[in-house]
Design a protein around this ligand. Structure first.
Ligand SMILES: Cc1cc2nc3c(=O)[nH]c(=O)nc-3n(C[C@H](O)[C@H](O)[C@H](O)COP(=O)(O)OP(=O)(O)OC[C@H]3O[C@@H](n4cnc5c(N)ncnc54)[C@H](O)[C@@H]3O)c2cc1C
Length: 439
């Protein structure tokens, strides 16, 4: 494999602009990367997305939250989503272990805004629309190109070493934004990934065609169906009569009779009667997929010449479908921070401290609710029976209004469940601390 500077001057995307003339280099063309690319391109910045796959490509994470509306609106995606065949989502509902389903939380009952209707998306299609949107605004993308490592020089990030078509070459830019998704490209190389100690679940999921769908407004509802021991299923209706369905639970629970995925799946879908009844008329149309080592945050959100966004920065258990929202918000906010840093001619880590703090504040609200969800002593029913006045605050959290003041809500949650202390990660390294790869 060749590793030299020739790739730097190679024309990219057919427009002849050498990569050396970039303002920002974005690793990954998922929702975080496309949002950052769209905003930076709109601001006139020369931006290149380096993406390993050719789109469309498969991705899990289909259920959007109402507050996705605002970053999507800012990058001009709402009309594109309205014109799509994605399923309209108006609510979320919960089915007890015995299969009894709660009254749905209809977002429009709480929130009189177009955002109260969101979507269940097919990620291959959604991510392609998002990346195309960024390209329309002037960003460029190098597809089928894998970032192999950060280009670190004199303790700062100068770009990426990329491999494409068997050739390895560096691409340089004043700022690199890691939007490379779960398990953190930069975070892993720098040894920054910190698991969230109590959110270490396993998930198995797949897709069914012809499974039962509810009617009317409820057709697009996300259903969270409980298992014993606070495991749960998601049930997400998608276009073309397909549903995405997955189970999330402790490893010990899922593996209690062995590790065979098919056996685990076929056993668990019979445990919750709501899931059993809804899947009964359907036929599985995809293989089982599995993931573990769930929630984490990077020790730092940035280094000199480097910023992390989306799952590359932090990943939270998907029980409340917060992943795409956090990817969009972090893509948007880090793009503004990068633009300001470029304008000031100073892309040192300290410029991104506020970005990291703000994002972590939002993540912490969702994280507290996730912790409560997994406590045996907690249920939404109990909370709302004791504090009916907090229904609005709870819905605000469930729809992703992360800048809301949730102190009264979590004071009440604390009566039923342990509310965790904020994780002490996600800031920036002390001034002058050089970036050093640990692997
Ligand atoms: C089981 C499960 C269920 C989930 N359900 C939901 C849900 O219902 N709703 C929700 O909002 N979220 C959900 N999520 C979370 C959601 O999938 C993510 O939060 C979201 O995709 C993050 O977007 P991103 O842009 O940060 O990363 P990604 O969407 O992962 O995009 C990263 C991109 O980087 C590219 N890339 C990676 N490495 C390299 C490399 N070395 N070189 C070049 N390119 C690279 C990848 O190909 C990919 O296209 C779920 C997650 C899991 C695991």
């Amino acid at each position: 494999m060749r590793e030299n500077e020739t790739g730097v001057a190679r024309p990219l995307g057919g427009n002849g602009l050498p990569a050396g003339d970039l303002d920002a280099l974005i690793l990954g063309g998922g929702p975080a990367g496309s949002t950052a690319a769209a905003i930076l391109a709109e601001k006139g910045r020369r931006v290149l997305v380096v993406e390993r796959e050719h789109f469309p490509r498969y991705k899990v994470g289909e259920s959007l939250l109402p507050y996705c509306y605002f970053p999507l609106q800012r990058i001009g995606m709402i009309e594109k989503l309205r014109a799509s065949s994605f399923v309209k989502k108006y609510s979320v509902q919960f089915a007890s272990v015995s299969g009894r389903v709660s009254s749905p939380f209809y977002f429009f009952q709480h929130f009189d805004h177009d955002a109260a209707q969101t979507w269940q998306v097919v990620r291959s299609e959604f991510d392609r629309l998002m990346l195309d949107n960024a390209l329309e605004k002037g960003a460029r993308a190098l597809m089928g190109a894998t970032a192999k490592r950060l280009l670190l020089e004199d303790g700062r990030c100068e770009g990426l070493v990329v491999e494409k078509d068997g050739e390895r070459f560096p691409i340089r830019a004043p700022v690199t934004i890691d939007c490379g998704g779960r398990h953190g490209f930069a975070g892993t190389q720098m040894g920054w990934i910190r698991p969230d100690p109590h959110l270490n679940k396993v998930s198995i999921w797949t897709y069914y065609r012809g499974a039962k769908r509810d009617q009317g407004y409820d057709e697009g509802a996300t259903t969270v169906a409980y298992l014993p021991g606070k495991g749960w299923f998601w049930y997400i209706p998608l276009p073309d009569d397909v549903v995405s369905v997955g189970v999330v639970a402790e490893r010990g629970y899922l593996h209690r009779e062995g590790k065979d995925l098919e056996a685990i799946w076929n056993r668990e879908i019979r445990v919750n009667p709501w899931i059993a009844e809804h899947l009964a008329p359907g036929r599985r149309c995809e293989p089982l997929r599995v993931t573990a080592e769930y929630s984490y945050r990077s020790r730092y959100c940035a280094g000199d010449g480097l910023v992390l966004a989306g799952d590359a920065f932090t990943f939270l258990d998907p029980v409340f479908s917060s992943g795409v929202l956090l990817a969009l918000l972090s893509g948007e906010r880090c793009a503004h921070a990068v633009d300001a840093a470029l304008g000031a001619g100073d892309v040192r880590a300290a410029r991104f401290a506020e970005y990291g703090e703000e994002l972590c504040r939002g993540v912490e609200a969702m994280r507290k609710l996730v912790y409560a969800f997994y406590e045996e002593t907690f249920s939404f029913g109990k909370l709302l029976r004791s504090h009916p006045d907090l229904r609005g605050d709870l819905t605000d959290c469930l729809i992703g209004n992360l800048s809301h003041d949730f102190r009264p809500l979590f004071k009440a949650v604390d009566e039923f469940a342990r509310v965790p202390e904020p994780l002490q990660y996600g800031g920036v390294p002390a001034s002058g601390e050089p970036l050093r790869a640990t692997r």
